[in-house]
Design a protein around this ligand. Structure first.
Ligand code: UDP
Length: 324
């Protein structure tokens, strides 16, 4: 199989590229290196089945050519990370909405399969956990910048599903919950790489809010396994699927666990949300995926324990201290 991965030099994209190459597939990557990094894919350069293009997905003729040469597209290119979204909302909205439009148009012309990466953010501030794929999405007001990310990705989902219904394009939407693992940078605000980096330096770990808010952290290796199985499955077009781990942990408890696993002497400090993200920031209190549909359709459920994930992230940071 020939696959195209948009955002393939990013954290999840580069792990996916590796996993697809292991499958014996030919992998083409396109990435503008805005949040991705060449170091994420450098080790794949020697592989005869691997190629890459450094360019933006806004460049329609280039995307059309790459889509032409592939059987399936994993569309992962997006503006990600709460910090980036709060700091650069224009870029977030334009990248997520226009970029997906360009890719979908090219895919529709050739009726190629596409798996669109969406996010658990689309569930918004719903408190009805666990989140099922057909649940209502509960967004905050447009005056609060955070919601632009969720809305832009929800629009991607609408567009993808519309291409499926109206034009018969084989589209699958996946909602990735908090995905973590080696190579993830803390630069865009993600909590786990930040905590581990701080812990390894014995510097304070900063918990935003009171630390009672919770998340479920899924291992990137499990997420890409799910993506590959979805690519191999014929019964998932027109579907929306959650991908994540359903073990829930509060952010306060996560800080304690990171401290314990790394043997760190870091202090755990608490910072009010408005000081962390600016005034009026709204966080989600809980976010838990329902994984029944994923398990039913592809026979797989992510399960790597959080302790193992933290150990893997810490080992990677010890080995490559400069890249985080
Ligand atoms: N968070 C934190 N300290 C940090 C970064 C994030 O306490 O250094 C909190 C953040 O407020 C949120 C949770 O950790 O409640 C997860 O944040 P992240 O940005 O990793 O992902 P999100 O689930 O918010 O997209």
């Amino acid at each position: 199989m020939n696959v195209l991965i948009t955002g393939g030099a990013g954290f999840i994209g580069s792990h996916l590229a590796e996993r697809c190459l292991k499958e014996g597939w030919t992998v083409a990557v396109v990435d503008d290196l805005s949040t991705g990094s060449f170091t994420n894919i450098q080790h794949l350069k020697g592989n005869a089945n691997f190629s890459y293009t450094i360019d933006t997905i806004f460049h329609a003729p280039m995307i059309a050519e790459l889509v032409d040469c592939c059987d399936i597209v994993f569309h992962l290119a997006a503006a990600v990370g709460v910090k980036l979204i709060v700091d650069s909302p224009v870029r977030t909205i334009e990248t997520n909405v226009h970029g997906t439009e360009v890719v979908l148009r090219a895919v529709a012309k050739k009726l190629k399969r596409i798996i669109i990466a969406s996010t658990s953010e689309v569930y918004g501030k719903s408190s009805q956990v666990p989140f099922h794929e057909d649940d209502d999405l509960v967004m905050g007001p447009t005056t609060k910048g955070r919601w632009s990310y969720a809305c832009s990705k929800a629009l991607d989902e609408f567009l993808g599903l519309a291409y499926h219904r109206e034009k018969g394009v084989p589209v699958t939407v996946v909602r990735l919950f908090n995905t973590v693992g080696p190579r993830q940078t803390g630069r865009y605000g993600m909590v786990l790489p930040n905590f581990v980096a701080r812990a390894l330096q014995n510097e304070p770990m900063t918990v935003f809010g009171d630390g009672r808010q919770s998340r479920c952290f899924g291992y990137v290796g499990d997420a890409v396994e799910a993506l590959v199985r979805i690519a191999k499955s014929a019964d998932v077009t027109g579907e929306v699927l959650n991908i994540g781990n359903d073990r829930e942990i509060s952010i306060g408890a996560l800080a304690e666990l990171v401290k314990q696993r790394t043997g760190s002497s870091s202090e755990i400090v608490y910072l009010p949300y408005d000081q962390a993200y600016g005034p009026g920031f709204e966080d989600m209190f809980r976010r838990v995926p329902c994984l029944e549909k994923l398990q039913r359709l592809i026979g797989y459920r992510p399960c790597t324990p959080l302790e193992d994930i933290i150990d893997a992230v810490a080992a990677d940071m010890r080995e490559h201290p400069a890249s985080h």
